[in-house]
Design a protein around this ligand. Structure first.
Ligand code: NAD
Length: 368
């Protein structure tokens, strides 16, 4: 049975969300509302962890950085993200992290949605960090040290103020201009949270007496920004920046002192702070805490660590959230990614159509 051509053409359209429309969408919806919705979506998808076909991302490393592909699927939707990490890009006028991705129908393979994911990655990373901290940090956590004040930092700060009740932020970056930028960008939000922000003189100064410590630094080195003597009982660490082989932020002794929680263990063993540890070093996957199969924080004194590297499932949740919000806001455009063919077995006809159109155009020009 053949289906009408207009219907066939319509089902071959792919929705598209550009970087500027994603920004418009976030501002129209409200940044903190998007962070909240994304965090809820990520938590709901981690709660059905068993539904997903999961794998560690594939990475292509070079001297200057890494390019990664991150796929995941359930029975309905297939999602993937392309993302890079090039710590010296800002000196070339490019962001360290750039990303795009897609959602496709599992039943047909038809790509339904192609989106920017650079802004969306920052939102979903912060939403995941806050979701993890909600289950692992002390409930009375109010102060956070934020080390590494680049692209991810505003999103981390806002997510922790909105979703965790953080009211005091202490910033540190080896680049003072980055901290000044973060301070400036956070100013419009401080009154609504009755929050205070200050710039610390060192990482140690920022961390002193903090309930939560977030590290979001970018350097392709085995860095040890947080050393064990800086730890205080009851702290929660949210280590975001160490996310590929050879790139860490914490000293190994920090992991020995903490209960360590990860997204997807096979990936974190290669990419996270965990890469420094023996292969039998015990960690807990976060979904097990959410599904109450494993304990999260067990006492007010315990030190907890979320060794975040970024997992494909978070992008699946983020893509679906942005697609839904953009559709409601009328901010999607359509792109012709897949050719529209009167006979789906006659791909060659596409070339013939194009050739005929060129001949008509040319003969029109000659007669004019
Ligand atoms: P960015 O380059 O915009 O900012 C990084 C900042 O870290 C810079 O301002 C730099 O000066 C600072 N920095 C570097 N070394 C430091 C040190 N020793 N002490 C203090 N500050 C230091 O990068 P970004 O987009 O903000 O990303 C930060 C990191 O987070 C990157 O490593 C990135 O790969 C990682 N990341 C992780 C996830 C995840 O899901 N876990 C997601 C996105 C990005």
């Amino acid at each position: 049975m053949s289906i009408p051509q207009t219907q066939a053409a319509a089902q071959l359209q792919t929705d598209f969300l550009s970087a500027s429309d994603a920004a418009r969408l976030v501002m129209r919806t409200g940044i903190t509302q998007v962070l909240r919705l994304m965090s809820e979506a990520i938590e709901a998808d981690f709660m059905r962890w068993q539904d997903f076909d999961k794998s560690a991302r594939t990475a292509a490393h070079s001297a200057s950085g890494v390019i990664e592909l991150m796929p995941v699927a359930d029975a309905q939707d297939y999602a993937f993200k392309y993302v890079n990490g090039h710590p010296h890009n800002p000196q070339r006028g490019l962001p360290t992290v750039m990303a795009f991705g897609a959602l496709a129908d599992v039943a047909t393979g038809m790509p339904r949605f192609v989106s920017e994911l650079t802004l969306t990655t920052a939102l979903r990373t912060a939403a995941t960090s806050a979701m993890a901290a909600k289950h692992l940090a002390r409930k009375d956590s109010r102060s956070m040290a934020l080390i590494g004040n680049g692209s991810q930092s505003e999103f981390q700060a806002l997510a922790f103020m909105e979703l965790l009740g953080v009211r005091e932020l202490r910033l540190f970056d080896i680049d003072p201009a980055a901290s000044q930028k973060l301070l400036r960008n956070l100013q419009p939000f401080l009154a609504q949270f009755s929050a205070r922000v200050s710039i610390a003189a060192s990482a140690a100064d920022a961390v002193k007496d903090a309930d939560i410590v977030t590290t979001a630094t970018a350097d392709k080195t085995r860095a040890t920004i947080i050393q064990a003597p800086l730890l205080q009982s009851g702290m929660h660490l949210n280590a975001v920046g160490g996310d590929c082989p050879g790139k860490t932020e914490l000293a190994a002794a920090v992991l020995h002192r903490a209960s360590v929680f990860v997204e997807y263990e096979p990936q974190t063993r290669m990419e996270g702070e965990l890469q420094q540890m023996p292969t039998d070093f015990a960690v807990t996957e976060l979904w097990r805490v959410l599904q109450k199969q494993a304990p999260g924080r067990t006492s007010a004194e315990e030190i907890t660590l979320f060794d975040s590297v970024g997992f494909a499932l978070e992008d699946y949740s983020a893509l679906r959230t942005m697609h839904r919000l953009a559709r409601q806001a009328g901010l999607l455009s359509q792109i012709e990614l897949i050719p529209s063919l009167p006979d789906p077995k006659d791909l060659f006809a596409l070339l013939m159509q194009s050739h005929r159109a060129q001949v008509i155009q040319l003969s029109g020009r000659q007669t004019a």
